[in-house]
Design a protein around this ligand. Structure first.
Ligand SMILES: NC(=O)C1=CN([C@@H]2O[C@H](COP(=O)(O)OP(=O)(O)OC[C@H]3O[C@@H](n4cnc5c(N)ncnc54)[C@H](OP(=O)(O)O)[C@@H]3O)[C@@H](O)[C@H]2O)[C@@H](O)CC1
Ligand SMILES: Nc1ncnc2c1ncn2[C@@H]1O[C@H](COP(=O)(O)OP(=O)(O)O)[C@@H](O)[C@H]1O
Ligand SMILES: [K+]
Length: 505
């Protein structure tokens, strides 16, 4: 699903009006109805509602919502925040319609006119929407402060008042902090960014049938991966396939004290459809891996504790293939940053031509030796968490700058970067960014990143292209986390649960 910028959202509105065709006021009615459908599904009509609206079309939506909720017998009070003297046409129209139904519309021009708000009430925020053009001030700011201090549940219409759709707010801006945001048709870029979390709450999209062709043709670098997008990428298995059809992967993982990371990546790789898997571990990890994961072959390193890349003598006598002989190499989980391991990484980057998966300490080694970055095979997948990404690049002032740095990095080195976290952002060599929709804070526990490394390595081994592998793998990993959360809650979740919950269907 695409994420459009604010100018495109405005143009989409116009395009819908012209091509459907539909009168603007009827489009507003459709938006209000879609909001109300969600609302009545979530709150009983005994809940007292206070609705605050502005004077633009977000306020117009608010007035239409008020009318529809009154018709559904919600006890609702309407407050028009009169910050200016100019109302939009559709606001005026809905104002007239609401007045036919109730005299109970109040106007807030000064702070004394702001009502008290109680915890058992619901607040609907329809003060400002996507038309925000400057920081909130004056009476708008006063009302938002009162809303934010109140214990009431807050639902924002389209976007929280004061939050920009696609550009950074200043830290001093006053913005509504909703419990829910019900947004029209498309997700907004602002919703994807960690620092905005309190200005978004739990957000949901409602479909208001905006012009589909406009959306299909609109150019954008931003995408939001939902279930149907991920499912389209998933390939079915051919009836006559065999294990050779799904690639032979090599994982280079683990060190003394961190063999758990190796085991997790290994199990996840096997649970993600790899045909054959060999795991290169330090000698100390040989028994551990062979016992923990009988399905994997093991290539012990000559070094007892860390990876050097040179197989143990016994193993080399078997005539082990070299890393370049495998369909894909996944490296990093639990490998540490020993000098020998750095040498091994340097050697690999010199010889490998196929896309690899690079995670954890392999990324930290690259951060310390940035001259190696240009040797990474094109279309490799790098999976840093934000701290690792900062080490690889630089500090950022805000989340939008972080996205710019992310995009530039992926383009410069021709790699796919999975910047992990809530709504993991996947940057492609072409400059696109795909935000993931699955996952939850239960995944914030040691080892879940190692699981992702295994998943992505398996997908590359099966010949998925790197962008597809990253988008699909990150989605499936998060979805597994959501399945675990639904079954046993977020708090007790461990990385092994994620592996068990992976499903490829
Ligand atoms: N597009 C769609 O798909 C659909 C959109 N719909 C709805 O329309 C909404 C967008 O409406 P909108 O464009 O009228 O903008 P909105 O946010 O109501 O306010 C603009 C007014 O506020 C003013 N203003 C700006 N900043 C301010 C500030 N800090 N403090 C005070 N004032 C400020 C600004 O002034 P100006 O910048 O012109 O000087 C202008 O007068 C959208 O969020 C959705 O709810 C649906 O109905 C149908 C489908
Ligand atoms: N709050 C969250 N919401 C969604 N996903 C999360 C959240 N926190 C962490 N994750 C996911 O969990 C994984 C954590 O990876 P990482 O930090 O590398 O962990 P580790 O190094 O312990 O394996 C990533 O896939 C990340 O996207
Ligand atoms: K709003």
């Amino acid at each position: 699903m695409k994420i459009l910028n604010v100018d495109q959202i405005r143009a989409l509105d116009q395009s819908t009006i012209e091509h459907e065709p539909i009168a603007p006021i009827n489009l507003m009615e459709r938006a209000a109805l879609a909001f109300v459908d969600w609302f009545v599904d979530h709150f009983p009509n005994t809940t007292p509602v206070k609705l605050f609206c502005g004077l633009g079309n977000n306020g117009g939506d608010g007035l239409a919502i008020a009318r529809l909720l009154l018709e559904r017998e919600f006890p609702i009070e309407v407050y028009v925040v009169r910050y200016a003297r100019r109302e939009s046409d559709d606001f005026m129209h809905n104002h007239r319609r609401l007045k036919l139904l109730t005299e109970n519309i109040r106007y807030v021009e000064v702070a004394q006119e702001i009502p008290g708000l109680r915890h058992n009430e619901l607040i609907i925020d329809a003060i400002l929407g996507s038309g925000l053009s400057r920081p909130t001030e004056g009476i708008v700011k006063n009302v938002i402060d009162v809303i934010n201090r109140s214990p009431a549940t807050v639902v924002a219409v389209d976007i929280a008042s004061g939050l920009y759709v696609d550009k950074p707010n200043a830290p001093s801006d006053t913005i509504v902090e909703p419990d829910y945001t019900i947004t029209f048709q498309l997700p907004k870029l602002a919703f994807m960014l960690p620092k905005n979390s309190r200005y978004v709450g739990d957000w949901h999209i409602v479909d208001i049938q905006l012009h589909k062709r406009y959306i299909d043709l609109a150019p954008t670098p931003y995408y939001y991966t939902q279930s149907r997008d991920a499912r389209l990428l998933l390939r079915k298995r051919d009836k006559f396939s065999n294990k050779g059809s799904f690639g032979h992967a090599l994982l280079m993982v683990g060190s003394y004290g961190k063999m758990g990371a190796a085991v997790l990546a290994t199990k996840a790789c096997l649970r993600s459809g790899v045909g054959l898997l060999t795991v290169h571990v330090p000698k100390c990890g040989y028994d551990i891996l062979q016992i923990a994961v009988p399905e994997a072959m093991c290539r012990p390193d000559g070094n007892p504790n860390v990876l050097t890349g040179t197989p143990d003598r016994g193993a080399s006598e078997l005539g082990s293939p070299t890393p370049a002989d495998y369909a894909v190499v996944g490296i990093g989980s639990g490998i540490g940053q020993a000098p020998e391991t750095l040498d091994m990484l340097k050697g690999l980057l010199k010889t490998l031509k196929k896309p690899m998966v690079i995670d954890a300490d392999a990324l930290n080694l690259l951060s310390e030796n940035r001259e190696l970055l240009k040797q990474i095979p094109p279309n490799s997948i790098l999976t840093p968490h934000p701290k690792e990404f900062e080490r690889l690049t630089q500090k950022w002032d805000n989340d939008y700058q972080k996205l710019d740095i992310l995009r530039e990095f992926a383009q410069k080195y021709r790699v796919v970067v999975v910047l992990k976290g809530a709504n993991s952002a996947i940057a492609t060599p072409d400059g696109d960014i795909h935000f993931n929709s699955t996952g939850n804070p239960g995944l914030s526990t040691g080892g879940t990143g190692d699981v992702l490394t295994g998943v992505l390595t398996a997908l590359l081994a099966q010949n998925y292209d790197s962008v597809e592998a990253a988008v699909l793998g990150v989605f499936a990993h998060g979805l597994a986390g959501d399945r675990v959360a639904a079954k046993r809650g977020q708090i007790g979740m461990v990385a092994t649960d994620i592996i068990e919950a992976l499903r490829w269907e």
